[in-house]
Design a protein around this ligand. Sequence first.
Ligand code: HMG
Length: 381
Amino acid sequence: MTAIGIHDIELASTHHVLDLAALAATTGVDPDKYRIGLGQDEFSVPAPDEDIVTMGATAALAVLDRNGLEGVRTLLFATESGIDHSKAAGVFVHQLLGLPPQVRVAEIKQACYGGTAAIQAAIGIVQRNPRERVLVIASDVARYALDSPGEPTQGAGAAAILIAADPALIEIEPATGLFSANVDDFWRPNDSSTAIVDGKLSISAYLDAMTGAWDDLAAQGGPAISAINRLIYHQPYTKMARKAQARLAEYTGVELGDAGLAEGAVYNRRLGNAYTASLYAGVASVLDHESGLTGKRLGLFSYGSGSVSEFLTGVVQTGAESRTDHFTSVLDSRVPLSVPEYRELHARALPSDTDVVTPRVTAAPFRFAGIEGRARRYERR
Ligand code: HMG
């Protein structure tokens, strides 16, 4: 059977960053609640001329620069923070990257799980024709109400992932564990720019879904826990991965300690929640910060509130050895915001019925130029 999986992965984020210590100082919260209690140091904040399209296109540009366009006939864009009820955000990326017309584009939604759904669809396409490669983009801006418990777990980021036969980085294995259940833990009504969340319920729903998906993985003939060398989890905040690993250890009766958790959290501690991109930021973080993984098996747990979840496994390939951390310098280059500046940006709402010209702020290759006749306009910077 053809080996199919992740051939390349690149991350992108925003122009601005908020230091959680500054937020804590303003709100009178002990900064250790964020740093240790949630396991978060900062979160990314988009400039007025940035959004899921500009982040996704920036990440995808790097992937296509390295790998070319050959065989790419599908672009799947996964997001919770869609910019149009009808048009796929990926259509704007298609234009910005100058992709040929012979590329199908679609958007996939199921909270943070959407990126994994896109990857599974991509694997199906490559399975049918191994000469094809699929560009998956997972891109999100996580927004909660100011002064809500979710506020320190906001963030933004994108992952562009090239799915191909004979992948350079990770061969995704066929057995997969699924668990879906209708639960009101987190959702975002069509007229709301911030999520509605029952924090405590979301944590228990996540952990229950994980053990449910684990059981299904076992039922589908997946590997035993002892045959998995590293576990990487969806990280709405990095402490959640610690909770998940502790629960899985308890559930399977196997000591897992905190192996791999620090390596998988390097980027996420600084991005904040990037919803669909969060698990794949964790994957990139592990590949970029741990050596000697070739031939080792990764277990990936993907959770999307609402809820749909999946436990999948993959084997690290030799190409991962040449990866280095260049994303930390991207994160370092973000421009810090004061808390009042962040709050002003948070409150900013795009009018729905008048034209908008956005200020030029981003240093990324692409920018959201504004709205003209109710249609969004993007441009190369
Ligand atoms: P909260 O009520 O502000 O926090 O909300 P808390 O009081 O539960 O404290 C958090 C942790 O900090 C606790 O540790 C405290 O003990 C600790 P834990 O019991 O969890 O181990 N703590 C301290 N530690 C050190 N020094 C201190 C200190 N003080 C307290 N001084 C909550 C926390 C996560 C609920 C909130 O931020 C929230 O609602 N976040 C949004 C929802 C969320 O992220 N849920 C996660 C699971 S659902 C999911 O992952 C899906 C999602 O990504 C959406 C999607 O699918 O699209 C969200």
